[in-house]
Ligand binder design. Sequence first.
Ligand code: ADP
Length: 405
Amino acid sequence: MSEALLVVNSGSSSVKFAAYDTGNSGGGADSALARIASGKIEGIGGTPRLLIRGQDGAVLEDRAISLPADLAQAQQQAFGQLFDWLGRHADGRTLGAVGHRVVHGGERFSRPARITPEVLAQLDELTPLAPLHQPHNLSAIRAIAGLLPGLPQVACFDTEFHASQPWVAQAYALPRRITEAGVKHYGFHGLSYEYIASVLPERLGTVGEGRVVAAHLGNGASLCAMQGRRSVASTMGFTALDGLMMGTRCGSLDPGVVLYLMRGLGMSPKAVEKLLYEQSGLLGVSGVSGDMRTVEASETPQARQAIELYLYRIRQQLGSLAASLGGLDALVFTAGIGENSAMIRRRVCIDAAWVGVALDDAANEAPSSAARRISTPASRVAVWVMPTDEELMIARHTLAVLDLL
Ligand code: ADP
């Protein structure tokens, strides 16, 4: 009998999930992993809905669900309803494990980890480093442990892929004692970059082993420089606030601004946190939205400026990563904006002409959701759009940690 594996990516008011058949064949890697369903529970704490899609993307469920007002209880009951559904549609499979996206693994976790009470306590300590994500990632683990105490759970970290970066890419120029206490550049979106790195050989051949920058442009956004398919530099740092401008996060900022906000404007640390994580970026600059589709559709001067600033930051930071690599052989766009906004890709590529990028406009505009090359044959830099698959990466890690491969 084959087993099912659930992958969970839990946010503040929504839970994204994907269920896989592990095949239980011992056949290794993806021969044993077939996605059987995916979806999300959104509106937790408000008007909750459950959406489930089948293997082929067809909607199987899309309905309002009722959950209690208390957030922890609501999350637990939401998982309860999901497990009920999976149980009824399992075709005889039993649920063998749950793999979670956990945003911060700190210094201690440079590999995926099986959850124990001790591991959970260590991950709790990292909450101040990722206040927007870590508490929700961990409360999902607790909710599932409360429902199914014996079920193995595995944490997979967004920081992990960047552990290969050289010391100079990780260190801040701070006193040693601060660096040694773990205040360093970690980098995020690692599960997405790890997936991209895994498909580079099949798409780019030997070029994929060279100097590659991947641009994960979603609600959060970052760039990762890879050499030999390992991370050597990235734009995010100690927290997921640094680097590019994002949907609601500010990206790179003079630390003196933070001091001024607190001392000069009398803002509390909590208020500064809210400003930098939730009220800045596209939302703060445009005054319209943190969602790129809405900002692109808006004609206000502030929305236009927000896009100009978004692009300027990518232009500068792509230059910085190309410099750390000593040149550029390939550029890969991924995530919501990277995969879907032809306008943003076109502008980034025009800005990157200096490094040898020549865009094929027709290929860039062609409607497709498949991995594809969008640079001209003569372009010195190969430019690609590649859909990311963080869930598959988590499923692979979960199986490997539990030794089910
Ligand atoms: P998350 O980081 O939450 O996983 P996604 O990777 O789904 O987010 O990216 C969400 C972003 O992608 C939003 O800003 C959304 O507006 C943007 N996006 C999705 N489709 C398009 C599109 N066709 N054009 C422009 N932006 C898009």
